[in-house]
Design a protein around this ligand. Sequence first.
Ligand code: NAP
Length: 485
Amino acid sequence: MQLKNPSLWQTSSFINGEWHSSNNTFKVENPANGEVIAEVSEVTAGQLELAVKSANESLSSWQAKTVDERGNILRRWYDLMLGNQHDLAQILTAEQGKPFAEAMGEIVYGAKYIDWYLEEAKRAHGAILPVNQKGKRMLVLKRPVGVVSAITPWNFPNAMILRKAAAALAAGCTFIVKPADLTPLSALAIGQLAIEAGIPAGVFNVVVGRDAQAIGEVLTQDPIINKFSFTGSTAVGKKLLAQCATTVKKTSMELGGNAPLIIFNDANMEVAIKGVMTSKYRNSGQTCVCANRIFVQKNILPEFVEKLTATIKELKVGVGTEEGVIVGPLIEKKAVEKVEYLVNSAIESGACLNLGGKRLNQSESGNFYAPTVLTDVTPDMDIFNNEIFGPVTSIISFETEEEVTKLANQTNYGLCSYIFTENLARIWRLSETLEYGMVGVNEGLLSNPAAPFGGVKESGMGREGGYWGLDDYLETKYICIGNMD
Ligand code: NAP
């Protein structure tokens, strides 16, 4: 890998503006071929303590800066993300496997959160309330919550960090993140750009290590930390939420999904197929908002399956750096095994395999699984009830709107849903009755720095993006001034 800015390649924790190595290391592998691309130092308990201490010590001076002063520094960070886009994308594809074009897109997407929040912070105003008692004046201030810790997943190694850090730093908070141990390099490169942007030491910290539990215990329980923000699976999120209860931390939880994508007879079929392809095959099917259950109304089922299968057949699978590749490897062997299990058990229970259904050997020791289409999927199958996290389209047929609404809501998850129809009244009805934090209407790609991303039910709490995302890093403080007459 040839980086124009070789200093982006860092392999130890970034704490208080400096790199901290240790004697214990762990390997980072390229999921496309199993090659070890880096040996990264495990954060020590002492270094972790230093990260919390320095985030706390840098808090008052970061808060004391004017919103413009913070904004100017964040603007440099944003510019550096774009200026180093190619290098950052190379690092991302090497450790995560996604096609290079997608990695380039993720760098811009992540950076856009910085751009959006440095502006939005200028509007984090409070309120002066109307006088309803003589001699009293009531004010509301918005104040940064303080020291924020975060744990992020491997599927968007850049953007899942910046979605949080941009809002936190713009609000005047300081930040410590632990990225997934499968993808620490993108996080550390962001740390290097924090130095280059002039973000003061201690304001942004990255701690890396394999012992997620031990690191997580500190990040969720240290009383100095005021807020914890997590993106990852629901199972781990529940555990971390319980840990946060010990110090009553403010929390944001971006957890798993089981997105329904519903196509009605009256849908524009081309638009629906495009929506499925965008939602399902981005990141090889490894996004929390991936369409997990595709519901197709009975009349259009045969035509839809035929057209969709033909489109999926054309997808080029391969190493992310190869030209034209749309589907890269899955993140690790375990992920391939899980997808394999879900597909095989669905077939054993009566689902019909229309395409794929097997591992692929695009390279030696790569984690490739063929783009797959299953029909006749039913609600009793594991594939209906679990996040697939792979390039598998799982199709269920339905007859009525009432039936499909019930089936779509038949899950503990509530992150994202999609509907494809030309019927305005139905769009309105389903936008209200689908129990999800987000609804895509004739659209497979929703995420946007200006919009509130997040789920209901066991998909989490809090929102990232838009005004709502900033508010999650602010406290509401009430001031009452008496004896004013
Ligand atoms: P995961 O297993 O929950 O891991 C996520 C993060 O939690 C990683 O950094 C992991 O560290 C850490 N972790 C795991 N066990 C922990 C513990 N006991 N204590 C503290 N930290 C712990 O999830 P994943 O498989 O990486 O990511 C996929 C999941 O994320 C899916 O469910 C997906 O839907 C969800 N997701 C949600 C959103 C959203 O915005 N709602 C966005 C993206 C992904 P290590 O990796 O180092 O073990």
